[in-house]
Design a protein around this ligand. Structure first.
Ligand code: ASP
Length: 453
């Protein structure tokens, strides 16, 4: 059995729906289909999820609710009209949205989650209706019916372990099952969404739950490239990478596959294949548990901006038992998660996503560090980017790091931090955000561009 997930661009209009139907019907093993909300039809277009967020804003802050609702309905109306699915479906969608608005009008977080989720929810109904119209047995299955039981934290759902037993029962159902991505239901019955881009997570959970042979993730690129194709012309295509490599790349800016979407499939070692809805014959990229490394151990270069670093200096820090714990506790008290902690004998840096230090939190954190840890110096360094060189077994290969540092120095990029964890899957360089693209380009050429003799 295959679980197939289609992203927003794969379902942006009626023409895309037809491609999806062809792909699903071409293989009888494609029994479970997970869908996103309709995405962008062109670069200037707005995703349905963003239109729904605007609708939630209009409802909650007293904006132009009618206009915002109209914008959402138009997206679905276009698809319904192109596929001749019948006016009744559009009326149903409108009634559904109005009922969500009246139920959650006063409850900001639930209102946002319920409306955001409705993009995928209504789209799944349209996909099931379209498949049925084409003569296939297809059923819309709500996440509640599918057993996607999640934690109750709005916008940040996590699957609960007991969900998997429920999801396994989907194996016994007949026909093609169409499940909306991006949300589940909490035990108390609330609609709770995963983080943005979270339909990938639903697909992975369902694939793990039904013990699928493969999780096929259809998007709008032929494969995952070794580097952002907007930065390097015609970059290397990856045929096969491991879960660990994908996790590192997804974390550091590769948006093709959500970085939280790997965990469910990893445990069961279910392979994931990234494919292109617009070119389904292309083999795409396969993400697997293990692979035999061939050639250079580096598979990809990525970068992500929006980081800052809290840099702390204290003489004899290395001898002070519990220093690190107390420092991280200060962050914990503020509900802040950290990303990396490079350190020296008398200094330690904690790298965070910058948005954590908003609204006076920075002042509080720095004061606590000064007064509770009695440090000599603490300051925040901003506008950092983390550049990652990723590849299994890289750290065991002589010369990988030197090639990177040479490339960065030749490009005039100042390395502010270097971090290589024990996992041996990645090497991280902290650089000024303004140098991130240049750093990525120079690293890519250092590893992937053949030397000309
Ligand atoms: N529609 C949601 C978003 O735009 C989830 C997804 O497409 O995966 O974030």
């Amino acid at each position: 059995m295959k679980v197939v997930k289609f992203g927003g661009s794969s379902l942006a209009n009626g023409t895309q729906f037809k491609k999806v139907a062809n792909i699903v019907f071409a293989d009888k093993e494609r029994r479970i289909v997970v869908v996103s909300a309709p995405g962008k039809r062109s670069d200037e277009d707005i995703k349905t999820t963003d239109l729904l967020i605007s609708l939630a804003e209009a409802v909650y802050s007293g904006g132009n609710e009618r206009e915002a609702l109209h914008q959402v309905l138009m997206r679905f109306a276009d698809i319904i009209e192109e596929l001749e699915l019948g006016e009744a479906l559009l009326t149903e969608i409108e009634e559904h949205l109005l009922s969500l608005i009246s139920t959650y009008r006063e409850d900001e977080e639930r209102l946002y989650d319920a409306l955001k989720a409705s993009g995928e929810n209504q789209n799944a109904k349209l996909v099931a209706a379209f498949f049925t119209k084409l003569g296939e047995e297809a059923h819309y299955v709500s996440p509640q019916e599918a057993g996607i039981i999640v934690t109750d934290q709005p916008g940040n759902a996590r699957i609960l372990p007991e969900a998997y037993n429920e999801i396994a029962k989907l194996r016994d159902r007949t026909g093609i099952l169409v499940i909306p991505g991006f949300f589940g239901y909490s035990k108390v019955g609330n609609i709770v969404t995963f983080p943005r881009g979270g339909s990938d997570i639903t697909g992975s959970i369902v694939a793990a739950g039904v013990d699928a042979d493969i999780y096929e993730n259809f998007t709008d690129v032929n494969s995952i490239y070794s580097v952002n194709p907007n930065l390097v012309k015609d970059p290397n295509k990856m045929k096969e990478i491991t879960y660990r490599e994908m996790r590192e790349l997804a974390y550091s800016g590769f948006s093709v596959f959500h970085d939280e979407a790997l965990q469910p499939v990893v445990t069961k070692k279910i392979p994931v294949r990234i494919k292109n809805t617009n070119k389904p014959e292309s083999p795409g990229t396969k993400i697997v548990a293990d692979r035999v490394p061939e050639g250079m151990p580096v598979v990809g270069i990525a970068s992500d901006k929006g980081f800052c670093s809290i840099n702390i200096t204290k003489y004899l820090m290395n001898r002070e038992v519990g220093f690190g714990r107390r420092l991280l506790e200060i962050l914990e008290e503020e509900g802040i998660s950290f990303e990396h902690t490079p350190s020296g004998i008398d200094n330690m840096s904690v790298i965070l996503r910058s948005h954590h230090l908003h609204n006076g939190i920075e002042e509080r954190v720095l004061n606590k560090i000064r007064t509770e840890l009695l440090v000599e110096d603490v300051h925040v360094e901003r506008d950092l980017a983390m550049v990652m060189v990723v590849g299994e077994g890289m750290a065991r290969t002589v010369g990988v790091a030197s090639r990177a540092t040479t490339a960065l120095s030749e490009a005039g990029v100042n390395i502010k931090m270097i971090n290589q964890g024990s996992s041996e899957v990645s090497m991280m360089f902290g650089v000024d955000a303004g140098h991130a693209d240049l750093a990525v380009q120079s690293l890519y050429h250092a590893y992937f561009t053949p030397v000309k003799h």
